[in-house]
Ligand binder design. Structure first.
Ligand code: ATP
Ligand code: MG
Length: 422
């Protein structure tokens, strides 16, 4: 197989000692893998010129690209650039665009231009700059040769590393993959909802058997949803159509349980469905205590459809602000069809949204009874036509019960939207 092999070299005493969790290596590995490269090795070395030079020599002999992270700053312990100079017998040159950017960087922050800051514009003559739009140390790139890998040098600060990688690193990597005609790993993710993993597996099995051997199918379950991940390895020219065919084969088998073929989260599907129809949403949350609102607003652009909601944990709040009759609570309890229906209808009317959803349940570990055990959750969705409630029986874990209640509420909303608003 014609692979494009990548090694990741993390540099820093604090990573080695465990003071800093090496999230950079995981992030870079995931991003490279998703782009079609094969991550073949990860190493961590101290802030030491010798250690960096020795390891770069080793790694460059057995892959196409080495990506380093850390040790790029202007302090005494940062020695990645010194290691590059030694490795290549190179010298520093001034990079004018970087100097200009550093001057602007200092001015924006009301800081003096110091020699230390200026030193960040000095780069090895063989390197090219990968601009850092938010920090001082630029990334660097050194072309590979037939017998030695290219080197991509990134800062240690995760936000800076990620931005440079997205803006400059990944485009370079993608171009290299295409130029070499390397086999790439491509994937598609289908999000399904409201159907248990085992039922889905049975439904799909006859179609799965028709998939070509190059396509690998994985079931990735989480709260009330299952992500179906299709992966294929092959030449960039054919691998996408292989996956397109696989998706076309599975789509009819999944039926209405298919929520998205774009590798989205459930809440992103919810947002898209609401925004496409120009509808608005409010929530009334008891046992989830704002978790659904937090999930909804974690997605940029949620203000286009989400108006807000009520956290009505106590009975008194359900009565005084949620429109629930005291008699309803006395007769049916807070976790009941009647309570969530009254909440959803009231919130929808008072907050003035097209849809409202209300959640009330027993998250646990205490509070259960024989007819309403821990994990019992009632959810109601109100729209202009009706208010529909459903009872769920989740498990004994408090966190899981709350997460599942949120997922169930989103699934009910999507189903209702699709049913009445086309
Ligand atoms: P700076 O310009 O800030 O000095 P740098 O490129 O020199 O950046 P380091 O000094 O090695 O990077 O690390 C800066 C900070 O970035 C560390 O204190 C740490 O919080 C974080 N960091 C470094 N390496 C990693 C890593 N592998 N994973 C996650 N975070 C890291
Ligand atoms: Mg540093």
């Amino acid at each position: 197989m014609n692979l494009y092999r990548v090694a990741i070299l993390s540099i820093g005493n604090e990573v080695l000692s465990g003071d800093t969790l090496n999230t950079n290596a995981a992030w870079i590995a995931a991003r490279c893998t998703a782009s079609g490269a094969q991550v073949v090795e990860q190493r961590t070395v101290p802030d030491s010129v010798d250690a960096i030079v020795t390891t770069l020599r080793e790694l460059r002999a057995r892959c196409e690209l080495v990506i380093t992270t850390g040790g790029l700053g202007p302090t005494h312990d940062d020695c990645t650039v010194a290691a590059l100079l030694e490795l290549f017998g190179d010298h520093l040159v001034l990079d004018e665009p970087t100097l200009k950017r550093l001057e602007a960087y200092a001015a924006e922050r009301g800081r003096q231009m110091t020699d230390r800051l200026r030193s960040q514009a000095m780069i090895p003559s063989t390197a090219r700059v990968l601009p850092n739009p938010i920090g001082s140390a630029p990334g660097l790139f050194i072309e590979g040769r037939d017998d030695a890998a290219a080197i991509m040098v990134l800062p240690g600060v995760p936000r800076e590393m990620e931005l440079i990688m997205e803006q400059s690193g990944i485009p370079l990597l993608t171009r290299a993959l295409v130029q070499r005609g390397s086999d790439i790993l491509a994937e598609r993710v289908l999000l399904t909802g409201g159907i248990p993993e085992s039922v889905l597996a049975d439904r799909i099995e006859p179609f799965r058997q028709q998939l070509p051997p190059e396509v690998e199918l994985a079931f990735l379950p989480s709260a009330l949803t299952v992500r179906l991940r299709l992966r294929a390895m092959g030449p960039a020219s054919t691998v996408q159509s292989l996956l397109d065919d696989a998706v076309a084969l599975l789509t009819p088998a999944i039926g209405p349980a298919l929520l998205s073929d774009r590798d989205e989260r459930l809440v992103e599907v919810l947002q898209r469905e609401f925004c496409q129809r120009g509808k608005t949403l409010t929530v009334a949350e008891s046992c989830t205590g704002g978790m659904l609102g937090a999930e909804i607003t974690s997605v940029p652009g949620s203000s286009a459809y989400f108006l807000g909601g009520l956290i009505c944990y106590a009975d008194s709040v359900k009565i005084h602000f949620g429109g629930v009759q005291a008699e309803t609570l006395a007769r049916h309890g807070a976790v009941s069809q009647q309570t969530v229906e009254e909440l959803a209808s009231y919130i929808r009317a008072v907050y003035g949204s097209d849809y409202a959803v209300a959640i009330s349940g027993i998250a646990g570990p205490g509070g259960g009874s024989s007819d309403k055990p821990v994990g019992t959750v009632w959810i109601a969705v109100a729209d202009q036509h009706q208010c529909h409630a459903q009872r769920y029986s989740f498990g004994s874990d408090r966190h899981q019960n709350r997460v599942r209640a949120c997922a169930a509420a989103m699934l009910m909303l999507i189903e209702r939207l699709r049913a009445i608003d086309g």
